[in-house]
Design a binder for this molecule. Structure first.
Ligand SMILES: Nc1ncnc2[nH]cnc12
Ligand SMILES: [Zn+2]
Length: 337
């Protein structure tokens, strides 16, 4: 078995995926036509050619513009169903996907429209692929605290179906402390907490995510490596980092995949995982991310299995389900040896 095949077959969880970031240009065009929405691109090639970013904000501007074609529950269903098909083909047996309600409610799309479309796709994927899926509702950090509280309130009828809340969008200038109270309210409702921190923001934002929010998992976390004491702390507390290599490359968090710190993270004892973030915008799904770092950093099969193991350990699945996934992963690794 070649290593690319080993990676595809490796049972894995994806823990950092923005469903709006899985909108492929082909579907963007189809939905624009279906909903009679004008988009500023002449062709699918035109869209892909525009995906050249030098920082997070460059990407976010296009990501929010692209999301404008999503109007009906069927659109959200089709978007998510396409992602689940690709994820299943990549060996993903469990996915924890983020959605950004404010991207849609700000355009007059009801929260209910978004979540009913996603939930129907989840039910279909669970039946079709035998995968499990959890939903993470992410707050947009460039908006204010009151907007996040209003979103938490809008989610009230669906809280049984939402596993966690997250924090995404423009990191610099919008530190975690801005949302400490809304995260405390979410915790009180029984939700898990995740936040993007240390993608573009400094190590202090990671400290805030730990100390002022109390995250259960850290999205990205790359810049933690600038603070050795923070690395030790993250390793000691077994904090999961959802690392996104192709995203890091496209958003210039790393200059070259050959400089990606994924192996440095593993050697430092960090519970690092591999994820795709916004695969339609960054040039690859989760398998592509594993393959890219494996090739650029010379990861061996032991490293790849460790990354997959971390993805289950870092999930919000019950302990018994994690144990079952780990047993299957061990059996896979042994059979491939
Ligand atoms: N990588 C990322 N960072 C912050 N916000 C995002 N929203 C979607 N992808 C994101
Ligand atoms: Zn992200």
């Amino acid at each position: 078995m070649t290593d690319p095949d080993f990676i595809t077959g490796l049972p894995k969880a994806e823990l950092h995926l923005h469903i709006e970031g899985s909108l492929e240009p082909e579907l963007m065009f189809a939905l624009a036509q279906r909903n009679q929405v004008a988009i500023p691109f002449a062709s699918v090639e035109d869209v892909r050619a525009a995906y050249n970013f030098s920082r997070l904000q460059d990407f976010l501007d296009l990501y929010y513009a692209g999301a404008d074609v999503l109007r009906t529950a069927q659109d959200f269903h089709d978007l998510a169903a396409a992602y689940f098909d690709r994820a299943a083909a990549d060996g993903v047996v469990h996915a924890e996907i983020m959605f950004d309600p404010q991207t849609h409610t700000a355009r007059g799309i009801a929260f209910e429209t978004v979540i009913t479309g996603l939930l129907s796709a989840i039910a279909e994927a669970e039946a079709k692929h035998g995968m499990t899926v959890l939903l993470i509702m992410s707050f947009l950090r460039h908006l204010d605290e009151a907007d996040a509280f209003a979103t938490l309130e809008a989610a009230e009828p669906w809280l049984e179906r939402i596993a966690a809340v997250g924090l995404d969008s423009s990191e610099l200038g919008h530190p975690p402390e801005k949302f400490a109270r809304v995260f405390a309210a979410a915790r009180a409702k029984g939700l898990k907490l995740v936040a993007h921190a240390g993608e573009e923001g400094p190590p202090d934002y990671v400290l805030q995510a730990l100390d002022l929010i109390g995250v259960d998992r850290l999205d990205h976390g790359n810049r933690s490596l600038e603070d050795p004491l923070l690395v030790t702390r993250l390793a000691r507390m077994c904090m999961t980092l959802t690392v996104c290599p192709l995203s890091n490359l496209k958003l210039c968090v790393v200059g070259d995949m050959a400089e990606h710190p994924i192996d440095q993270m593993l050697r430092a004892g960090l519970r690092a995982t591999i994820n795709s973030d916004d695969p339609a915008y960054f040039g690859g799904y989760v398998g592509d991310n594993y393959r890219a770092v494996a090739a650029a950093r010379g990861l061996d099969r032991g490293d790849l299995v460790a990354l997959a193991r971390n993805s289950f350990l870092g999930s919000f699945l019950p302990d018994a389900a994690v144990a079952e996934h780990l047993a299957r992963l061990d059996a896979y690794a042994e059979a491939a040896a």
